[in-house]
Design a protein around this ligand. Structure first.
Ligand code: ZN
Length: 287
């Protein structure tokens, strides 16, 4: 199953058409896309019986973040060996966990403002939690996943790497720095949810290309390690890390500029298309 946030309303996606869940369920399920994760099992039970005749063609421009208000967002640094290598870092013995703050989330077609000239890209597979997870072993981890979506962990490298204690969470949380979507796809739709094509391009030039089987800590391993410390709640997100090919590791370094079109994909799930724009002129008193 594919679900989406369509103009702020939960929808089931059927090809080019969408079913509004609140209307199709007669109000049994709320329109709020975030609310469904609190009743995920009930929703999974109901959804197969929905009448496809109620589906209507939708405008992809109206797609928003599938889980727009998670209580927690986890993100993992250095989770592909080739990216750790290009960053000059050793492989981490435990997942390198930081957060992206909720206010950075954006839709799959959001325009993102560049606050500086050192903004970088990171294509990522994003996990959406469907059932609370506490102390869950890897073998049972997929049972706690609602589905997968595509994410961009957009990163302002100057802020991220400044000082003796780097500021990952702030440097990756400027407004719009967490586009996700276009859909949440349940794992049963994917031939192998642990081995998906992942990549991104700038103005059509592919800059990252890998597969999620190359993750150092797989989706189940991340759920095991994080849920050993704290509860993962329904609707939470995990940005699972990025493969090699980021701009900061290039020689010369390369960053996003005004007008760039950043496309990010995960096989079997879909594609984000985000346009970067220069920061609006803040103006001066002399105007
Ligand atoms: Zn990242």
């Amino acid at each position: 199953m594919r679900i989406a946030n369509l103009a702020g309303r939960l929808a089931i996606i059927d090809g080019e058409r969408a079913i509004d869940v609140e209307r199709a369920s007669g109000g049994r399920f709320e329109a709020d896309p975030q609310a469904v994760f609190d009743v995920w099992d009930e929703f999974l039970h109901w959804a197969p019986a929905v009448d496809p005749a109620t589906a209507e063609v939708f405008d992809p421009a109206q797609l928003g973040a599938p889980a727009p208000r998670p209580s927690q967002i986890f993100a993992i640094g250095l989770n592909y060996a080739d990216h750790a290598d290009e960053s000059g870092m050793e492989l981490p013995p435990e997942p390198a966990v930081f957060t992206k703050f909720q206010s950075c989330l954006a839709g799959p077609h959001a325009t993102v403002e560049l606050p500086t000239s050192t903004v970088d890209w990171e294509a990522e597979l994003v996990v959406v939690v469907g059932r609370e997870a506490r102390g869950v072993p890897a073998e049972r981890a997929w049972d706690h996943v609602a589905g997968l979506t595509v994410g961009q962990d957009i990163s302002e490298r100057t802020r991220q790497l400044v000082g003796t204690l780097p500021q990952f969470s702030l440097g990756k949380s400027f407004p719009g720095f967490g586009p996700t979507g276009p859909y949440l796809v349940t794992a049963d739709e994917l031939a192998d949810p642990d081995d998906l094509e992942i990549g991104c391009s700038i103005n059509g030039e592919v800059v990252q290309s890998s597969r999620t089987r190359c993750l150092i800590f797989s989706v189940p391993a991340l759920i095991e390690r994080i849920s050993a410390v704290l509860p993962l709640r329904a609707g939470d997100l995990i940005f699972t890390g990025t493969p090699s090919g980021v701009g900061n590791a290039r020689s010369p370094k390369r960053f996003l500029t005004d007008g760039d079109v950043l496309e990010t994909w995960v096989g079997g799930i879909g594609r984000l298309r985000n346009i970067l724009t220069a920061q609006a002129d803040p103006g001066t008193d002399a105007d």
